[in-house]
Structure formats: C-alpha cells, structure tokens
Design a protein around this ligand. Structure first.
Ligand SMILES: [Zn+2]
Length: 144
C-alpha cells in the first residue's frame, strides 16, 4: 500500500512539472525566481511614461508598465500580471492579475481598483522584476 501511494505521489509530482508549458521565448524572457516561482517578462508591451503633474510628488519620475508571467511550481497554470514600476522610487504596483489554466485560458481576472505601489525589497523576485524592467527600457531606448 505504501509503495502504491509513493508511486501515486511521484506520478502526480511529475505530471504537475510537465503540465506547465514554458512561454514562447520569442516573446517572454525568463528573468528569475526562487524555488517556488519562476517569472518571465514580456518583451513586447513595455510602455514608458513620465509623471508630468507639478502637483504630484512623483513629478518627473519615470513609470514603466509591462506584463509578466508568474508560474508557481506547484500549480499547472500561471498568472499574467500587469505591473507599473516607478523607477525613481523603485516601487512596483500590480495593476492587473489574470489567472490562467494549463491551456492558457483565463479562469479569473482582476483589475486593481486603485494604485498601491510597494517598495522593492533587495534579493527578492520583485527586485529581479524591476531590474528586468530597467534592462528592457534601456534596450528599447537604444533601439530607437
Ligand atoms: Zn516616484
């Protein structure tokens, strides 16, 4: 019985691992993660803005918005996440999250009702995300 259970557990572990299909590398670049999570950045949707309102404390700050894929290793699907980064304040704001199943179909999605920027902590996935955003911004600017 124990042996049977062990085989069952192993089978479910491997099927979980192989059910996730890596995103198209032409579009999505793997930027890092940790033992629970892997993250990819979208190379095509980067938008760069500068805060122009004199009233804003962020006047002159550079905002970059783009999409990420986050895959938790113990799940078959993935999340598509729209993130706005303030490169001067080094904050990330998760604006939209869509949960996708193993076939890439959206099962649930939610737009953030208001801005909620949070500081990026050193040595975290968030830091890998903001570094990737800075990298892609530079690449886009030197391209033009
Ligand atoms: Zn700012």
């Amino acid at each position: 019985m124990k042996k049977f259970l062990m085989i069952l557990i192993l089978a479910s572990l491997t099927s979980t691992c192989f059910a996730f299909k890596e995103p198209d590398p032409e579009r999505w670049e793997e930027i890092g993660g940790n033992d629970k999570l892997t993250v990819w950045i979208d190379k095509e949707t980067l938008m760069i803005n500068t805060e122009k309102s004199q009233q804003s404390e962020h006047c002159g700050h550079t905002y970059v918005t783009t999409w990420f894929i986050q895959h938790k290793h113990d799940e078959k699907g993935h999340n598509l996440v729209k993130v706005e980064a303030d490169l001067n304040c080094r904050t990330l704001d998760f604006r939209y999250v869509a949960q996708c199943d193993e076939n890439g179909e959206v099962t649930e999605s939610q737009e953030a009702p208001r801005r909620n920027p949070t500081s990026v902590l050193p040595n975290t996935v968030g830091e890998a995300m903001i570094l990737a955003i800075e990298d892609k911004k530079k690449a886009k600017e030197s391209f033009w």
